[in-house]
Ligand binder design. Structure first.
Ligand SMILES: Nc1ncnc2c1ncn2[C@@H]1O[C@H](COP(=O)(O)OP(=O)(O)OP(=O)(O)O)[C@@H](O)[C@H]1O
Ligand SMILES: [Mg+2]
Length: 169
């Protein structure tokens, strides 16, 4: 068993076993924490989003599980898919592809101002993803630059938010 001082990273690594090797924690999670890891069998990087036990009240666990279920059923090129999910050793987590790039917030901080062409392209890509989600009965409810990721070269994708059924905001 794990002692109270065992870090979340160690606990998560214990829960994942040999299938994933955690490399480092990513900055920027709110209630959840995010870790970059290597998926051993496929030699690819993935991101593991975990709800730490201190936040696992009934309400937040239910919300996180809903986030996983909703995200798992969306299929769109600008929405990150869920690769796997699990609940072990008091930890709720799900695994998604790693986006090698940056959040829109990070880019805005770095560049200050985007060109009109870039801004229009990003809005278009995000709106496309949201329109698809709405058609599936899902409302993101937390669209903001922190939750929009871009690969170094191509598209923009909203990260999972606090989705709810249509009309549930
Ligand atoms: N798949 C990913 N690849 C690369 N970076 C990611 C990925 N998912 C999240 N991140 C980074 O982690 C940050 C936080 O992720 P996310 O927005 O999913 O967590 P959160 O803010 O805790 O949750 P929420 O936005 O649902 O309240 C993002 O702003 C981004 O910088
Ligand atoms: Mg976020």
């Amino acid at each position: 068993m794990f002692s109270a001082v065992t870090s979340l990273r160690e606990r998560l690594q214990g829960a994942l076993g040999d299938a994933y090797r955690i490399e480092r924690e990513l900055a920027g999670g709110g209630m959840s924490r995010l870790f970059l890891a290597e998926e051993a069998s496929l030699h690819r990087q993935v991101v593991i989003k975990v709800l730490p036990p201190e936040f696992t009240s009934d309400v937040s666990a239910a919300r996180f599980e809903q986030e996983i279920r909703v995200a798992a059923h969306l299929q769109h090129p600008n929405i990150l898919p869920v690769l796997a999910a699990g609940a072990r050793d008091d930890l709720l987590y799900y695994i998604m592809p790693y986006v090698a790039g940056e959040s829109l917030r990070h880019r805005l901080t770095r560049e200050g101002r985007l060109t009109v062409a870039d801004a229009v392209r990003i809005v278009h890509e995000v709106a496309d993803a949201l329109a698809y989600a709405h058609a599936e009965g899902v409302i993101h409810r937390d669209i903001k630059p922190e939750n929009i990721l871009s690969r170094k070269t191509t598209r923009s994708s909203p990260t999972s938010g606090s989705p709810g059924a249509r009309g549930g905001a």
